[in-house]
Design a protein around this ligand. Structure first.
Ligand SMILES: Cc1cc2nc3c(=O)[nH]c(=O)nc-3n(C[C@H](O)[C@H](O)[C@H](O)COP(=O)(O)O)c2cc1C
Length: 750
């Protein structure tokens, strides 16, 4: 056999020929000789290992092993060789030139007819590529698993951090709320330096503490992916007004002149997040302006609107512009160091901007100042008018609402509850304190308390009994009762979670000034709405909050009076002294209404109304006419006025009329309904009554009608009384309104 093996290459045996010529490396060893030497190798083995046949034959196969050959595998091969057992494994081997390769070894013992082991047959396959790929995949897999594990851990840590922050924020806000209120009391009581100065500093410290807390929470929410955007269309003025009120004291205290240019355009964004963005920019502008001016205004650019905050502050060095939006970054300046903060303001602006798709632009020059711009989208049919107006209104003429108003305060924190009760009491309110929702319910159900306003800690909204109490309170209290929620959680979840339409949410800690302003505003809106003759439709907005009211009247006193009433009901007033001044800047938009004097010099109110309708503008117009000027009123209604009111204008009539016009503006269903009812009332009148009604509405006095119809004046007056009774109208304007709604025409007069 050994001799045969030596001759195998020349053999005519087909099996031997296959072994020789196959591309599979093959080795045959002789276990009957010492150390099991190689007796045969084929060409493929020589090609794989680089060793010639002469260099291989007579040696044990271990010469293929090297430094990385696994000892455990060598042991397996030894055991197999000794015991004459087959074996399959992958082992690290080396070629003659020293390059390593993975050898997939297949060892089989060969026995003779009597069962004695005579040879070992083996094939070696180079599987380096395959194993390298496998090893790579295994490593990659392991990396992925580690990464996944790390991500899991990070997510868990993040969730834990968010939970901690939410809980901590509520718990920190509570004592902070008490401190803010106590500081307010101190500021009022203490007089003279240095006490006043110290109390002021205490106030500033508390303010920076609350703003840091809010920043941390905002950032936490963004990082946790918990910020849900709520995109609506609203007037940018809503935000600007509030911010102006909020920052005016800070600016004054720093000697900075703050100017907020009003803008009645509507934008599409998330109201709360956008307000926070502008708030942060404004706070920075004031913080980094040792003196000088800060200006906030809007610039229109096609469908876009650039809201810009300008300051004449210290400016930002060119190399720092990139980094200012990073977390915890503060300009290394005297201002940055002296004012406490976390350097999160701009990072929040940046992150909210990304969330909302609002680009932020910065221009700055050291020593001259900076401009930060937020690029917004205008609402589809925004009403533009950033042009000059006769005057803007702000909170004048509000009646002393504190007087005799009663507040039901629900606060479970004893200290905060008592401080608030005392402070609001000092402001002139009658405050009843309930320590929880059930106590409040008892006050209402058992003791019959009917508060004018309801101030509550937000916990009662979310506690187990919260919804039940809320439902029961709603059942007992008028739906119009305003609610102020003092929230200990600034999270966006909480902000969106407010169920009630009439609820105002303030985040703790709230300053007494802010709270009383919110109470006054809510009370004022609620009173106007109660005073309004027409009860508003269920589910409609009770205030004029979203509406721009253009007042066009040449009488300053009328403008002043109406402006105050509208503002106190939450409307935004833009006043013009003439039709021409109005036309120069007006463009059609949404959620606006005109209060138009019928008798303006130059283009009259009626002419302006006709022009608007000719231009296809359906903006609601309420015509202001002289007393008993029914003819003009009818003419105005025919020209497309929504309503008319007579001078002198009463506050509640005005708000009712505005609400009616704004609410019914787009509701064709309502209009059809009103028309149908009016037509059936008119149809119920007798022919004579309709005849007299036509003459009354044409402006004829009863005496003339009597003469024209050849009846007594008394009979005419009797007819007039029955007309009013049958049509259920209490005044001539109301009758005219009804006639117009019924499509009144001379056809009724036969
Ligand atoms: C037929 C046969 C083929 C073998 N082929 C290889 C081989 O390709 N590579 C290798 O590392 N060892 C191979 N071996 C194993 C070694 O020859 C030897 O048995 C092993 O190193 C264990 O013995 P040792 O501990 O005395 O070195 C083979 C063994 C036999 C019987």
């Amino acid at each position: 056999m050994d001799a045969a093996l030596g001759r195998v290459g020349a053999s005519s045996d087909p099996f031997a020929a296959i072994v020789c010529s196959t591309r599979m490396p093959v080795v045959i060893t002789n276990p009957r000789e010492a150390d099991n030497p190689i007796a045969f190798v084929n060409d493929a083995f020589c090609n794989l290992t680089g060793y010639s046949r002469e260099e291989s034959i007579g040696r044990n196969c271990r010469f293929l092993q090297g430094p990385e050959t696994e000892p455990a595998k060598v042991a397996l091969m030894r055991a197999a060789a000794r015991s004459g057992k087959p074996l399959d494994l992958e082992v690290r081997n080396y070629r003659k030139d020293g390059t390593p390769f993975w050898n997939r070894l297949h060892m089989v013992p060969l026995h003779d007819a009597s069962g004695d082991l005579i040879y070992f047959f083996a094939s070696q396959l180079d599987v380096t590529g395959e194993l390298d790929r496998l090893q790579f995949l295994e490593r990659h897999n392991a990396d992925l698993l580690t990464e996944k594990d790390a991500r899991h851990q990070a997510d868990a840590a993040n969730a834990e951090k968010s939970r901690f922050l939410a809980v901590a924020s509520h718990d920190i806000r509570q004592p902070l709320q008490s401190l803010v209120l106590l500081q307010g009391i101190l500021a009022r009581t203490i007089q003279g330096d240095p006490a006043e100065r110290l109390v002021l500093r205490l106030g500033q410290t508390l303010e920076s503490m609350s703003s840091m807390l809010n920043s941390l929470l905002d950032l936490n929410q963004v990082e946790a992916g918990a910020v849900r955007t709520n995109i609506t269309e609203f007037s940018i003025n809503d935000i600007l007004d509030r911010l102006k009120d909020g920052f005016v004291y800070d600016a004054q205290a720093k000697g900075v002149l703050l100017r907020v240019v009003p803008c009645s355009l509507f934008v599409k964004s998330d109201r709360r997040l956008l307000e926070q963005m502008i708030r942060n920019l404004l706070a920075n502008a004031i913080k980094y302006s040792p003196e000088g001016k800060v200006l906030v205004g809007c610039r229109r650019n096609g469908t876009a609107l650039s809201l810009e905050v300008w300051d004449t502050g210290i400016g930002i060095p060119e190399n720092a512009v990139e980094t200012i939006f990073r977390e915890y970054h503060q300009l290394d300046t005297q201002e940055g160091r002296s004012t406490r903060g976390l350097g999160l303001g701009l990072s929040i602006v940046h992150r909210f901007g990304n969330l909302l798709g609002h680009r932020i632009r910065v221009r700055s020059e050291v020593g001259k100042g900076s401009v930060f711009a937020i690029e917004l989208l205008q609402a589809a049919d925004s009403a533009p008018s950033a042009s000059p107006v006769v005057r803007q209104f702000k909170g004048r003429g509000s009646p002393p609402l504190a007087e005799a108003s009663s507040i039901l305060l629900i606060e479970d924190d004893l200290e905060t509850g008592e401080i608030l009760q005392n402070l609001l009491g000092d402001e002139g309110y009658r405050v009843v304190l309930a320590h929880n929702g059930l106590e409040a319910l008892e006050l209402i159900e058992v003791e019959g308390m009917r508060p004018d306003i309801f101030v509550t800690d937000s916990k009662h909204e979310t506690s187990r009994s919260g919804p039940e109490i809320a439902t029961r309170l709603q059942g007992h209290l008028s739906a119009e009762i305003p609610v102020i929620i003092l929230s200990g959680d600034a999270s966006t979840h909480a902000a969106h979670g407010t169920g009630s339409q009439n609820a105002v949410r303030l985040t703790k800690p709230v300053k007494l000034r802010e709270l009383t302003a919110a109470i006054q505003r809510s009370l004022s809106v609620s009173r106007s709405s109660r005073a309004a003759s027409a009860p508003p439709k269920k589910g409609t907005d009770l205030s004029l909050n979203e509406a721009t009211i253009f007042v066009i009247d040449d009488n300053r006193d009328v403008i002043d009076a109406m402006g105050s009433v509208i503002e106190s009901a939450g409307g935004v007033v833009q006043a013009y002294a003439s039709s021409e001044a109005f036309c120069a800047v007006y463009r059609p938009g949404r959620n606006s209404c005109l209060l138009l004097d019928a008798y303006l010099p130059g283009m009259s109110g009626l002419a302006l109304l006709q022009k608007l309708r000719e231009d296809g503008d359906v903006v609601p117009v309420i015509m202001i006419t002289g007393a008993s000027d029914v003819a003009m009123a009818v003419q105005a209604m025919k020209a497309g006025a929504s309503d008319f009111i007579e001078k002198p204008v009463g506050g509640s009539d005005l708000i009712a009329s505005l609400r009616n016009a704004l609410t019914h503006m787009h509701s064709s269903e309502d209009l059809a309904d009103r028309r149908e009812k009016a037509a059936s009332l008119v149809a119920d009148l007798t022919v004579r009554q309709r005849e007299i009604m036509a003459m009354v509405l044409a402006g004829h006095p009863s005496k003339n009608i009597a003469v024209d119809l050849g009846i007594s004046q008394r009979t005419v007056e009797n007819h007039r009384a029955s007309i009013m009774r049958k049509t259920n109208t209490k005044s001539l304007p109301a009758l005219a309104r009804l006639a117009l709604a019924a499509n009144w025409d001379e056809q009724y007069v036969t």
